[in-house]
Design a protein around this ligand. Structure first.
Ligand code: NAP
Length: 283
């Protein structure tokens, strides 16, 4: 079974659009997401475009603020401060990565927690690890939504997450743990990686290396979630971290790239924006 993130996203966005359509009557307006894009990185430009398009579909107001790569950290902090204080702004997203002269952690921490739709703010991260209400990072949330949609039983299963980044690997592992999986986190220093991945009932791969996970690393009937977004060095086309063609016949459930986790990340950003909006409107 191939879980189409594209199809699930369309379904969820249609549901959210119907919900947002009721907001002007109930709250006097629709949610407003502000995205800040610094510089001209083509991948970032394309992600920001995708976010704006999803906002349009769902009916969320979107403002994209473009700034040159030469912007100073102080200027960026000043922008965030203004947006934090703007009652008409519900979500603030600073597209990463930022130019090297800007401290990403400082920028993320400067965003008001209640407007942190990415779920990267230290207080949101801490709340996740303390099992407190919080905004969960979009990609890990999207992964859980896909597993649920596919009817994958998580409790009691062995989950292996390859990758320990703050934005994907770690929060995904925590969400799986909270759903009572037995979780192993692997990384670049893991010995005998294939031996560990072969034990996985659920394998989540977030490394950033084209087709790194080969058929011999996956046991029959496993659920395989491919987070990677890479360019195939031979064809130049988008591909994941998993050798999809070789593993799909063996896996019980697998996600494609493109059209898998990627669209779900953006859809969960819409979900987080709506949640932040409702929380602010009802506080
Ligand atoms: P990252 O911060 O670079 O982290 C990569 C992780 O992979 C690190 O923990 C690293 O281990 C581990 N790793 C690298 N080489 C490895 C190896 N040979 N064996 C085992 N582990 C290895 O990347 P990220 O931000 O988590 O993103 C991972 C991938 O997901 C990228 O392709 C990215 O484009 C994609 N992504 C997709 C979405 C989406 O919406 N679809 C969202 C975010 C990211 P160490 O910690 O030891 O260095």
């Amino acid at each position: 079974m191939v879980i189409s993130g594209k199809e699930l996203s369309a379904e969820l966005k249609a549901r959210m659009a119907a919900q947002v359509a009721t907001f002007p009557k109930r709250y006097g307006r629709v949610p407003h997401l502000v995205v800040i894009l610094v510089g001209e990185d083509p991948a970032s430009q394309s992600y920001v475009k995708g976010k704006a398009k999803a906002c349009e579909v769902v009916g969320i107001r979107n403002t994209t603020l473009l700034r040159p790569a030469s912007i100073t950290q102080e200027e960026l902090l000043g922008m965030i401060d203004q947006l934090n204080r703007d009652e008409g702004v519900d979500g603030i997203l600073v597209q990463l990565p930022l130019p090297e002269h800007i401290d990403e952690n400082r920028i993320i921490a400067a965003i008001a927690r209640e407007k942190d739709v990415d779920g990267f703010h230290p207080l949101n991260v801490a709340a996740l690890w303390m099992k407190q209400p919080c905004t969960v990072a979009c990609t890990p949330l999207g992964i859980i939504r896909m597993l649920d949609k596919a009817g994958v039983e998580i409790a009691g299963k062995r989950a292996v997450v390859i990758g320990r980044s703050q934005i994907v690997g770690l929060p995904t592992a925590k969400l799986l743990l909270d759903r009572n999986a037995t979780v192993t986190i692997c990384h670049s220093k893991t010995s005998n990686l294939a031996e560990i991945t072969r034990q996985a009932d659920i394998l989540v791969v977030a490394i950033g290396r084209p087709r790194f996970v080969t058929e011999d690393m996956v046991s029959p009937g496993a659920v395989v979630i491919d987070v990677g977004v890479n360019r195939d060095p031979d064809t130049g086309k988008l591909c994941g971290d998993v050798d999809f063609e070789a593993i799909a016949p063996k896996a019980a459930v697998i996600t494609p790239v493109p059209g898998g986790v990627g669209p779900m990340t953006i859809t969960c950003l819409m979900e987080n924006t709506i949640s932040c909006f409702i929380a602010r409107m009802t506080r």
